[in-house]
Each structure stands twice: as C-alpha cells, then as structure tokens.
Design a protein around this ligand. Sequence first.
Ligand code: SDX
Length: 378
Amino acid sequence: MMVCEYKPGLEGIPAAQSSISYVDGQKGILEYRGIRIEELAAKSTFIETAYLLIWGELPTKEELAAFEEEVRLHRRIKYRIRDMMKCFPESGHPMDALQASAAALGLFYSLRDLHNPAYIRDSVVRLIATIPTMVAAFQLMRKGNDPVKPRDDLDYSANFLYMLNEKEPDALAAKIFDICLILHVEHTMNASTFSARVTASTLTDPYAVVASAVGTLGGPLHGGANEEVIQMLEEIGSVENVRPYVEERLQNKQKLMGFGHRVYKVKDPRAIILQDLAEQLFDKFGGDKYYDIAQEMERVVEEKLGHKGIYPNVDFYSGLVYRKMGIPTDLFTPIFAIARVAGWLAHWKEQLAENRIFRPTQVYNGKHEAPYIPLEQR
Ligand code: SDX
C-alpha cells in the first residue's frame, strides 16, 4: 500500500471525485454543477438550485413545479416530533435542537431502501421540506408559544420567515433570504459535507447523514462562525475600537471570526454578494452601525493579513443580513443548515452511486509492548 505524508486537517487531499460544485480559491470562483453562483443568485431560486445540485441538471418547468409541489406538501412535521421538541430545554442551542430533531426523523422512516430512486427522492423532499419547519418550531416553542403551521400559499423562503415571525415577510426580505440560501447550499469538501459523506458511506439512513453533518456545521471554525461574528462586532462596539481589537487578538494568536478559509486566498465570492444584499436591506430598512464596524474591520484585516490570503469568508456578512431581518443570532447557523442540507443530500446521492466505506489510515505515534501495571502499583 502507498504510504502518504500525514497532512493535518487533510489539507489538499482529495476525499472524493465529485461533479457537484467547484471552487477556485485563487480567483474567487464558485460554481454549482458548472454554473457560477453570481448567475444563480441573480436568476435562480433556492429550490431550483437544490434540484440542480441533487439531480445534476436544471429542471424543466414541469420538473421544477413537481419538485416545488412535493416539498410544499411535506413541510408539516409529525406531532410526536413537535412534542419531543417541546421537551428540549429552551436554553439549549437551536443547532443541537436541529441535530436531535433531524436524527429523530429517522425513527419514523427507518426503512433503508438505498437502491430505490423513489426512496432517495422521498428522503430528499422530506428533509428539505421539514428542516425549516423544525428550526422555526423550536424558535417559537422556546418562547413558550405553539409552532405555527406552514403556509402552502407561500414559497419556500417566505414560508420559513412566516413560520419564524408569525407574519408574512416583506417581499424584498424574502427574496434576499432565498438568495442567502442559494449562497450557502453547497461548497465542495467542507467539514460538514465530509462528515455527511463519511456517514453516508456506511449505508446508514439519510437522517443520520444529515444529523451528523448538522453537528459538524455547528462548530465555530465552520458554520458556527456567523453567530460569533455578530458577537465580535458587538464586543468591538465602535469603529475606533476596530484596530486595537484586531491588533490585540492577533498578538494573542486568536482567530478573527468570519475571516480566512482553507481554499479561498481572496475574498470569498459569497461574501461579496452577501455584502451587497446587506446594503440592499440597509437602503430599504435603515443602516446598521455594525456594518460600519465590519467594513473597517475588513480594511484593517486586509492590511494586516492580506499577505497571508486572509479575507472575509461567507460567515462575515451573512449575520448582518439576518440581523437586519430581525432573526436572533443563534439561528444563523441553523439557517446555514437549512440551505446546506440540499448540498449534503447531493453528496449523499453521489456517494451512494459509487460507494466505498471511508476508512483512512493513521500515523501511529504511541507506545508498543507496554506493560500492564497492576492497579495497586499505579
Ligand atoms: C466555513 O471549508 C469550507 O468550505 C467551509 C465553508 C463552507 O461553505 O462550507 O466555506 C464555511 O466554514 C467558513 C469558515 C468559517 N470560520 C471562521 O470564520 C473561523 C475563523 N477562520 C479560521 O479559523 C480559519 O481561517 C479556517 C478554520 C476557516 C481555516 O483554517 P485553516 O485552513 O486550517 O487555516 P489555519 O487555521 O491553519 O491558518 C493558517 C494561517 C495561520 O497563520 P500562520 O500560523 O501560518 O502564520 O492563517 C492564519 C493562522 O493563524 N489565520 C488567521 C485566521 N484564519 C487563518 N489568523 C487570524 N484570523 C483568522 N480568522
């Protein structure tokens, strides 16, 4: 067997062959099935983009209408899931609530018919349809309210915002939210997608696949950074404090949340679009002082770390968009998950098509032939 050099974090090591998405980290290019995200953000919808990623081609009018209808009809969650969620502590993080709820779905659909295309399709539809309902339900229940039922007359994003706020969203806000989902739906072999593919490779059910990926996404080095960015901007508090804050953190070898990326060495193309979306919201609904702080921070970080290729990533401006929509900070990462579930499912399907269980090796650096020391002698 060929022995490879150990690379911490598997940097630069291909873990799969995939035709789902493509990143050029030097040029700042991201494509889904070959289509640039700028184009999809301007012209597509989240549901259409999810279809593209999972089935490999843009849908025809009829295919899109059928997919939208199936998702619409599966938005409701079972009362047992809702009742289970009612028992979650309201102080618990919504990502943990989501992980537990996604895993619990597997209890209701325990049949594993992985070779049956109808099973794949049903699972895809069910997960894309119910994840937003579960996020919104936990948000209302932790406030002591009953969850509201999905509204079939609203599209995917408008319905989520309606379930979250119990009122119909502004049309621009709903459109911008849908674009945010497009921007977060897929990103090659990131940590949560890798997690999804590893879990998928054991031939378990898709609910376990999604639950494991949700757990991975939540960490502050990955999707959890969007929540921490807002906390960081709040801590900085004013434009004048940006430079001393950045300098102090760098001196203490602490990371600046929302900056840096394993693959991008330029500004993340998603951050560029998200910044523009934030500005559209500020134009309509009024500015946000944290945006001024964020822009100053981008300038200072570029000055200090630009030579290392450290620029804003997807998590830097997304929080400002969601904040302007009145969404609580700890829902930012669950919203990332609402989008990414479609990417994970595309990888689940691709993994199953040519599956081999993930079983890498390790470089053992421990002892050999160690003696067993009796308890009383330790
Ligand atoms: C996402 O992989 C994906 O595609 C993920 C994602 C997706 O869509 O799925 O794009 C979503 O997870 C975005 C990233 C969100 N995380 C953060 O914003 C947390 C802050 N960023 C980092 O901790 C870091 O940049 C990572 C985790 C994103 C990447 O980590 P790497 O590739 O392991 O890089 P590293 O930590 O080894 O850093 C390399 C160098 C170091 O300097 P040197 O020791 O070489 O001198 O860059 C420096 C680091 O100190 N560095 C930073 C920094 N990020 C890297 N210094 C200060 N602040 C930072 N944020």
